[in-house]
Design a protein around this ligand. Structure first.
Ligand code: ADP
Length: 358
């Protein structure tokens, strides 16, 4: 019941109850004084009747007032006090305690709004905590990943200055390794820089219609030339709308990141890469599947997270910063698309892009 209704009812009660009580007192006292005793109306008796009537009526008015005021205030002031307490908890940052919402009328609404506010503040607090943890992990991963090649470059440079590389062949080997490690470092810094730009929405995307069939054939040709031992399979369904609106350079980067992973996580046996395109409603579904080492079920949900590397790849010598797929995800999402993967350990991995066609 709303507060307004409760106040109206209580006020009506304060009027009606004393009126009813007045009639009942009048009748009761009349019976007691004049009918059940004798029927005479002496002056003393009449005065006592009037006094009793006045006292009883006063009592009824006081009790009615007291009881109704107590009842109304209990159902209004009680919840308000609870809400003040809840607001104090929220102010102090204790967002775990639920606000009781089982009140009636406006107070119920107010409590529900309070509870909704507490929940959204709690969500914001959780997101903030997650960001904070992410930031810490990020800094620790970056420093760890950058440290590894730097340490080895330092080691080799020390070797050269100490004269350990004392033959032209040894010197050549040392210098080649230094070159490789420097390239690795440069690639990591570039990836990191790109990822942070994507994260801050600082990469300008130039969307244009792209013939996806031609786009993929060009990539396959380029890669087949560079890696002649890879076996390629390519299918595009006949009903496919071949154009997508995309940023050519960024989409190329996304596909190449996936292909680089096919190379990095290959089995010892011949690498097969299957690329397929099919229509799925308004979207083009692009699949890039390899026959590599695959990804464990527990690791699969995290591979698109920044700096995630599965235990196997962490322990391997393939290198990598765990940022390649996070970049892919950012690029595809900037296209309004989706990316996901399916994988079977020792069988291979398939990465899917959904891109709006037309
Ligand atoms: P990384 O630099 O480690 O390759 P990515 O973000 O590209 O980082 O990939 C994240 C993790 O996902 C990799 O460390 C690897 O464990 C797993 N992964 C990605 N692609 C494949 C694949 N084709 N086959 C097996 N594992 C893969």
């Amino acid at each position: 019941m709303s507060i307004k209704k409760r106040l109206i009812l209580s006020n009506l009660g304060m009027i009606i109850i004393p009126i009813l009580a007045f009639f009942l007192i009048e009748i009761g006292l009349g019976l007691a004084f004049f009918v059940w005793q004798d029927n005479n109306m002496e002056e003393d008796k009449l005065r006592a009747f009037v006094n009793y009537r006045f006292l009883l009526l006063l009592l009824v008015v006081i009790i009615t007032n007291g009881v109704l005021t107590y009842l109304v205030s209990r159902t209004i002031i009680g919840p308000i006090q609870q809400l003040i307490l809840a607001a104090k908890h929220i102010k102090a940052g204790h967002l775990d305690k639920e606000v009781q919402t089982s009140y009636q009328g406006e107070l119920g609404e107010l409590a529900t709004t309070f509870e909704a506010m507490r929940k959204s503040l709690k969500e914001a607090q959780d997101v903030q905590k997650k960001y904070e943890t992410n930031r810490r992990e990020l800094i620790s991963s970056i420093s760890h990943d950058l440290r590894t090649p730097v340490t080895s470059i330092k080691g080799y440079v020390q070797g050269v200055t100490d004269g350990v590389a004392n033959t032209p062949e040894k010197l050549d080997r040392y210098m080649t390794t230094i070159g490789q490690k420097t390239n690795e470092l440069e690639r990591m810094v570039d990836e990191l820089f790109l990822y942070s730009k994507l994260d801050l929405d600082r990469v300008p995307f130039h969307f244009m219609p792209i013939d996806i069939d031609q786009f993929l054939r060009d990539i396959i040709d380029e890669w087949a030339f560079q890696y002649p031992d890879i076996k390629w399979e390519y299918q595009i369904k006949a009903n496919v709308t071949k154009t997508v609106r995309a940023d050519r350079e960024q989409l190329y980067r996304a596909v190449v990141n996936i292909l680089n992973n096919c190379l990095k996580y290959r089995h010892t046996d011949a690498l097969k890469i299957n690329i397929a395109v099919e229509q799925q409603g308004d979207y083009l579904k692009l699949m890039i599947r390899d026959n590599g080492i695959g990804i464990a079920k527990e690791a699969l949900p995290f591979i698109f997270d920044q700096f995630y590397r599965s235990d196997e790849s962490r322990n391997s010598t393939t290198g990598g910063s765990g940022i390649g797929l996070a970049i892919v995800k950012k690029i595809i999402e900037a296209h309004g698309g989706k990316v996901y993967a399916e994988s079977e350990v020792n069988q291979g991995t398939a990465v899917y892009f959904l891109l709006k066609s037309g």
